[in-house]
Design a protein around this ligand. Structure first.
Ligand SMILES: Cc1cc2nc3c(=O)[nH]c(=O)nc-3n(C[C@H](O)[C@H](O)[C@H](O)COP(=O)(O)O)c2cc1C
Length: 216
């Protein structure tokens, strides 16, 4: 048994992994637990395809080739939310030692997404394309449950919407059928403790900013 509060606090995104393999038993334990996640009408809409070994390497090569030629197809953030991304960039790139005006190294850091930050295992998180927002919420609840179970077992993770920017490549490389919507990736592996950005705990708003209680 693991301490839930501590696991929630320990979880943060890992952006440099060791090449050390992920024991399949740990992955299986986390996947079995994550199946307990709740879902709308209990339809359990999450579908996950993992790539490791040669398949992972082929996916990386195909994604990197594409990412060097073409911007990912990811909807832009609405104006009101853009400052969060800028603040995140300052924190993450700052921890990586990359200056704001250093566009070349920022671009290289973005490309590291398509190497899954060196993670030996990458999951592709999907759901059926005919489902709706409540079902995407269920997939999100599953994903967080899975991530916490992996965190509790000493593994690092990074959810990666950047991968969904090239859905055709992922579909082709991993034989994902057309009816499955590719939502995001999940890099899984052991965190490199010598990479300062792996120790970054990004800032959060206060509860009051996000939550309102009404009593009359
Ligand atoms: C759905 C989702 C997609 C994300 N996509 C990316 C991504 O493509 N690349 C990346 O470096 N981080 C990505 N992240 C990580 C977020 O930037 C990170 O969760 C957030 O900044 C909070 O930091 P923390 O996870 O370290 O607490 C993603 C997170 C989520 C939940």
């Amino acid at each position: 048994m693991f301490d839930l509060d501590q696991t929630i606090k320990n979880r943060h995104s890992t952006r440099k992994f060791l090449s050390q393999p992920v024991p399949r038993t740990l992955l299986d334990e986390a996947l079995t637990l994550a199946q307990h996640a709740p879902s709308n009408s209990n339809i359990q809409p999450w579908r996950v395809v993992f790539a490791e070994g040669v398949r992972r390497d082929r996916l990386q090569e195909a994604l990197l080739n594409q990412a060097k030629q073409q911007q990912p197809n990811i909807p832009p953030l609405p104006e009101a939310f853009q400052h969060y991304r800028q603040e995140l960039g300052t924190q993450v790139y700052g921890a990586m030692g990359i200056a704001r005006e250093d566009k070349a190294n920022r671009q290289l850091a973005v490309l590291r997404n398509y190497e899954f930050f060196g993670a030996p295992v990458v999951g592709i998180i999907c759901m059926h394309q005919d489902l709706s927002v409540a079902d995407a919420l269920s997939v999100g609840m599953y994903l967080q449950t899975l991530i916490l179970c992996l965190t509790a077992r000493g593994l690092g993770t990074c959810a990666q919407v950047s991968l969904a920017g090239y859905p055709e490549i992922i579909r082709n490389e991993l034989n994902i059928p057309p009816e499955l919507l590719i939502i995001c990736g999940l890099a899984v592996g052991y965190s490199d403790p010598d990479f300062p950005a792996n120790h970054l705990h990004t800032s959060r708003e206060s509860v009051e900013k996000n939550v309102t209680f009404l009593d009359h």
